[in-house]
Design a protein around this ligand. Sequence first.
Ligand SMILES: CC(C)(COP(=O)(O)OP(=O)(O)OC[C@H]1O[C@@H](n2cnc3c(N)ncnc32)[C@H](O)[C@@H]1OP(=O)(O)O)[C@@H](O)C(=O)NCCC(=O)NCCS
Length: 172
Amino acid sequence: MSSKKFARESAVIMTEMVLPNDTNTLNNLMGGKLMHWMDVVAAIAAQKHSNSIVVTASADNISFQEPIALGNVVTLKAQVTRAFNSSMEVFIEVTAEDIPANKKVMTNRAFFTFVAVNQDNKPSRIPDLVPETPEEIENFEGALRRRQLRLVLAKRMKPEDAVELKSIFNLQ
Ligand SMILES: CC(C)(COP(=O)(O)OP(=O)(O)OC[C@H]1O[C@@H](n2cnc3c(N)ncnc32)[C@H](O)[C@@H]1OP(=O)(O)O)[C@@H](O)C(=O)NCCC(=O)NCCS
């Protein structure tokens, strides 16, 4: 396996239609259903980057700004932003479209982290990721401080070791 892959090689687009079984009593998409779709699309992107089995390690805060109505078409785009040792950060963007009304809105954005594992469920090394476009470079650069924030919150990193995070707060 090559030790470097381009960010674009992990890109995935998934399209779903909101059906009655997916909705709450207000006829809007259930948040849990959307999170399931986000997990699936992001896992596929992570698999494409790592050519490996992957597990979800964390999902950063997901906010629901706009309800998504029954009958809307939901498009989920996912792409790996940065690869570390065995883990990788995936950016997911969700849009909802009312095709008859010709209306399309961006409803959610989130970062999920996946870990590549071997057949024994042990984390395994993944290729580095090479960003190319300005957006990919921006996401790549921000990924290190987001990683440090989530590892500090998960008590997997000491706050004093989060050097990138300290730099954005101008702490010594
Ligand atoms: C994720 C998992 C594989 C990590 O295993 P571990 O034995 O703790 O492994 P390590 O401490 O060596 O960490 C491995 C990687 O996971 C990352 N990681 C672990 N917990 C994390 C978290 N909460 N958020 C982000 N990354 C995390 C580490 O930073 C490390 O990344 P790196 O290799 O790129 O440096 C393990 O906790 C696991 O299997 N969790 C359950 C996954 C699952 O079932 N998901 C579906 C939930 S329903």
